[in-house]
Ligand binder design. Structure first.
Ligand code: AMP
Ligand code: ZN
Length: 468
């Protein structure tokens, strides 16, 4: 039985979906004002492991991830660059899709955008006003938290403590300093949409309440996001949705631990900020995913190049086994039947993953499996086709299907000499570009080669390459 740690009840619970065999899941997606960073990547990949495992368990998963495509950060960047907010959002939505595809994150069922749901958002705010939960001021529509006695139930925060800690409020029109904006009236020069309360744009929290309700219904199974979102974002989503519908909003709340760099919080000011792209240039998606899977989703993860380097060998063991088995699959089969208990491995894998998606334990099962397979393959007799098929099936379902950490074997290139010449030509071009400070082109060459499984290694004297 699958058990999930529910942030709201602070305990592991048996997982029972609202509709048998189906799971509706919502994950807070990116604000598209820049390339996403490696911390965001961890959250997207953790959510992907969870979704893939639910599919492994044969659930039909409806997976929704929103894109926040209107917000202060987007407007600020648009103004700085002299373009529209829509242009910034469009550019970085495309970059987001390019990056998650490279990271082998499975596509969501849908990626709703805030600006395509203004109508639904306005309706939702209208419901809250009708119920006396929200009020209109000169600069916006606010949620009156005093009207929702359960406010604080997700984060475990008490309203009184929050109020004491709240900054001296500049906005006197608000009834309570903790009241938050559902609709922000447009300031000069800001993009806006018409509404019954005046031209403006939606607040961030309301977008997730309105879009999850539209795509998943008033009550759904799983809502996930990074642990920074517990308060206030998810607390506010609960307040909005439950006050509007009178029903339970989410059955299981899941939160991902943060990623730190060399034991420090990642931030632009500390100079340790890494976009996902910085990492692709150096390591393939499988390595990044493997590094993330080695830590449970809820725990903090310390990301360092040393940690990645030491993971590469572990992953290589799995890959080597898969490659060896693939070779056996194309060779003449034998008659040897190794005594490997596949059922036991499936059961141990499920047991590990059923325990709140314990990916490190799931990987440990894979390693035990691979050790036993290696012993079987070293036997002087060749194994049967059936055995090889079963090994491939197990790896395909687990290492590939749930974790996305195996590469499919590439066929040998037809002309290795020409390939070598072409790669070296690209290396020369890249060196020239770096000399001319055309770093974007230089990085493009390195990243594209990396995507083809060719890793460049720079030393002071020269650049060499290695094939994965
Ligand atoms: P944002 O674009 O900042 O709204 O973040 C998108 C997702 O990434 C959210 O689920 C965040 O909680 C998550 N996130 C942001 N920073 C980190 C981090 N350092 N580690 C893990 N997840 C993060
Ligand atoms: Zn959200």
């Amino acid at each position: 039985m699958l058990r999930i740690y529910n942030t709201q009840t602070r305990q592991k619970e048996d997982f029972v979906p609202l509709h048998e065999g189906e799971i509706r899941m919502y994950v807070c997606g990116p604000t598209v004002y820049d390339f996403f960073h490696i911390g965001n990547a961890r959250s997207f990949i953790n959510a992907d492991f969870i979704r893939r495992y639910l599919e492994f368990k044969k659930f039909k998963v409806t997976y929704i991830m929103n894109l926040t495509d209107i917000d202060d950060k987007i407007i600020r960047r648009a103004n700085a660059e002299g373009v529209t907010a829509a242009k910034i959002a469009d550019t970085f939505s495309k970059e987001f899709f390019a990056d998650i595809t490279k990271l082998k994150v499975k596509k969501a069922t849908q990626y709703p955008r805030a600006t395509s749901h203004i109508h639904e958002i306005i309706d939702f705010i209208g419901r809250l006003i009708e119920r006396g939960i929200a009020y209109v001021t000169e600069d916006g529509v606010y949620y009156n938290i005093a009207k929702f006695p359960e406010y604080g139930k997700l984060s475990g925060k008490r309203i009184e403590d929050l109020q004491e800690g709240a900054r001296v409020e500049v906005n006197e029109a608000k009834k309570n300093p903790l009241d938050f904006a559902l609709w922000k009236m447009a300031k000069p020069g800001e993009p806006f949409w018409e509404s019954p309360w005046g031209a403006g744009r939606p607040g961030w929290h309301i977008e997730c309440s309105a879009m999850s309700c539209k795509h998943l219904g008033e009550t759904f199974d799983i809502h996930a996001g990074g642990s920074d979102l517990i308060f206030p974002h998810h607390e506010n989503e609960i307040a909005q949705s439950e006050a509007a519908t009178g029903k339970q909003f989410v059955r299981y709340w899941m939160h991902f631990g943060f990623l730190n760099i060399d034991n420090e919080k990642m931030s632009k000011s500390l100079g340790n900020f890494k976009t996902a792209r910085d990492i692709f240039g150096k390591y393939p998606a499988e390595v990044i995913r493997f590094v993330f899977a080695q830590t449970h989703y809820a725990a903090p993860l310390d990301f360092s190049e040393n940690a990645i380097e030491s993971s590469v060998t572990g992953l290589q063991r799995l890959q080597n086994c898969a490659d060896r088995v693939a070779e056996f699959a194309t060779a003449e089969p034998g008659t040897f039947v190794p005594s490997l208990d596949f059922k036991k491995y499936y059961a141990s894998f499920e047991e590990a993953m059923d325990d709140d998606f314990n990916t490190p334990k799931g990987l440990a099962v894979l390693f035990d499996f691979v050790s036993e397979v290696n012993v079987a393959l070293s036997n002087s007799e060749k194994p049967t086709k059936q055995f090889i098929n079963n090994v491939q099936k197990f790896l395909k379902k687990t290492a590939d299907g749930v974790f996305g950490i195996l590469k499919t074997r590439k066929k040998q290139s037809g002309n290795p000499e020409l390939e070598d010449k072409l790669i070296n030509l690209l290396i020369t071009l890249r060196t020239e570009m770096k000399l001319k400070k055309e770093y974007q082109i230089a990085d493009l060459i390195r990243n594209e080669l990396n995507g083809m499984g060719i890793q460049l290694q720079d030393t002071k004297e020269k650049t060499t390459y290695k094939k994965n």
